[in-house]
Design a protein around this ligand. Structure first.
Ligand code: ADP
Length: 194
């Protein structure tokens, strides 16, 4: 299942049900945590598929960086993954929505897209940051992700052409499909089911 949304400037947001470690892109965003020391969920899948080179680079970065602030991200090699980089973002833990969670989640997407742009990349993929172990309500998170990505892609003269949201299960895919479809009724272009 996939849904492609093309903007008037030709940039695309592609919402796909699948495993993010199998989709070739220039950079894969990871739903990591502030410790950058590995975890379960998509973080575990990315480290398993990418191999030890990713953790080795994080081990080198960690002493200087300390804890990664919520809403921030750092870049490493992608190891054996079909990508050049992994961007490790620290998503917010859901505490009810009054502790800066929406802004922190939006920041994860913005910072990763800025890291891609700094590197002149053409494609980036995201998992559904914070909606697994971190408990962020799916529909709220999907709206934030879709709005941030479309706002970014609407800018003139950016190198990023395609952003992929790679969703692991049908319920998550459907939430992003809803966010894209409802959101686009207020936008100039329409998504097309493929
Ligand atoms: P968080 O701690 O940010 O909530 P999780 O890894 O627990 O991160 O969950 C984030 C999302 O990533 C969830 O929707 C989960 O189902 C999904 N996920 C887990 N494995 C993969 C994978 N291989 N590809 C894409 N998404 C994945």
């Amino acid at each position: 299942m996939q849904l492609k949304h093309q903007l008037p400037n030709g940039r695309r947001l592609i919402v796909l049900e699948g495993d993010i470690t199998r989709v070739p892109v220039d950079a894969i965003a990871n739903a990591a945590n502030s410790d950058l020391a590995g975890g379960g969920g998509v973080d575990g899948a990315i480290h398993r598929a990418g191999g030890p080179a990713i953790m080795q680079e994080l081990d080198r970065i960690r002493p200087a960086l300390g804890r990664l602030p919520t809403g921030q991200a750092v870049a490493t090699t992608a190891g054996r993954l079909p990508a050049k980089f992994v961007f490790h973002a620290a998503g917010p833990i859901w505490h009810g929505g009054e502790r800066g969670e929406p802004e922190a989640l939006a920041s994860c997407y913005r910072v990763c897209l800025a890291l891609a742009e700094e590197r002149g990349l053409r494609s980036v993929s995201f998992p559904s940051i914070s909606t697994g172990i971190y408990g962020y309500p799916l529909d709220l998170a999907a709206l934030i992700a879709v709005n941030e990505i479309i706002a970014f892609l609407s800018q003139p003269a950016i190198t990023v052409e395609d952003v992929w949201m790679v969703l692991f299960d049908p319920a998550t895919y459907l939430a992003y499909q809803r966010a894209l479809t409802h959101g686009t009724s207020r936008r100039a272009s329409r998504p097309a089911e493929a």
